[in-house]
Design a protein around this ligand. Sequence first.
Ligand code: ARG
Length: 457
Amino acid sequence: MKLWGGRFTKETNQLVHNFNASLSFDQRFYQEDIQGSIAHVTMLAEQNILTQEDKNAIIDGLNSIARDIEQGVLVFDETSEDIHSFVEANLIQRIGDAGKRLHTGRSRNDQVALDMKLYTRKELREIDGLLKELLQSLLRIMKEHTDTIMPGFTHLQKAQPITLAHHMGAYFEMFKRDRSRLSDTLERMNYCPLGAGALAGTTYPLDRERTAQLLGFTGPTLNSMDSVSDRDYLIEALNDMSLIMMHLSRFCEEIITWNTNEYQFVEIDDSYSTGSSIMPQKKNPDIAELVRGKTGRVYGALFSLLTTMKSLPLAYNKDMQEDKELVFDAIDTAKGCIALFHGMLDTMVFCKAKMRSSAEGGFTNATDAADYLVNHGVPFRDAHGIIGQLVLYCIDKGISLGDMALEEYQAISPVFQEDIYDAIRMETCVDKRNTIGAPGPEAMKKVIALYETYLAE
Ligand code: ARG
């Protein structure tokens, strides 16, 4: 059934109907559509715009529609334009005239703005929950690996020794920021557009505070034209999801590298790996690669919606219907990726011995060797030069700093004493870095305690 047949004398061209219709995708928020309608009629009855009998009949009818859709008894038929027409037509079929009063003081413009907001709010909360679970796993790994030494990199070149806990902590920070961004978005978007009508409010004495309250909003939106044409929160949500994907993608990239034959820092569990159809030896990190790859889809949705919204005049324009498939796909992608990534991370084995020997092998203690000289009175710039010479010497001999004899050290600088060996041990290098945020065990313990409090909240 059409909601707007009155002023037309011809049937809609079938291709036009297909092109215009959104039921195939907006059926996804039928629950939110029904929830919004129930709040709307509850308020209408309280305001004496609708009788109690009509209100009760409408609510019973809407609940039976929801039940029938859930049980698969009621299927979405392609003749309806969108979820709003579908539900309304079905309601009228079920309860007759009372159903025709549902749309009093409402337009599909404020209705769709509401439905999309309710749906997005629910999904963003779910994404936040998934991120929290991921953080719980990250914290577990951190606690288990405060003394697992590995090389820290800059330019993908070995730089200074760190711990696996410290490396994981960097991602903890990223996902923590992602959660705080989601929470900002949720707070800013939490105003109810219902009652804005088509664009200019309505002549009925609606109680917009009441519907906002019934639907769990902070309050009603304050400009009816903005209410029906604001899609900022969707762009923000896509931005939040893009950043989540960017963080997952960076993490995946590292795992893919760590999982190579050359690194062997981690072993991805068999249940999260895939094989090759031709090369029997292969075990591929497809999940990490797919998460990395799907990041592009979410970025694409962000730019797509920004572009759709660019230059749209006030108020509602049909262009805005394009928000749905983009946002739905981004939400599905982000949720799937967080969950899959979490499973992969949780079952991954960290090869402590490989990480440690990699840190040993790459002159990651050269800065600490220079600091040793500085602590014995040598100016840092000179110390830098001396250690540079030592490194060159070691590269030539195929050894590391710790393998050099004291005489070899002293041949380059007499400042070196027996305690140089202790000063450049991997443990010493890490243990001495205890400013807040550094990998040293004291600093790490404090941060882990803060993270524990944060997750307990
Ligand atoms: N399917 C439409 C959308 O997603 C619903 C709003 C229709 N409003 C209208 N004036 N045609 O935007």
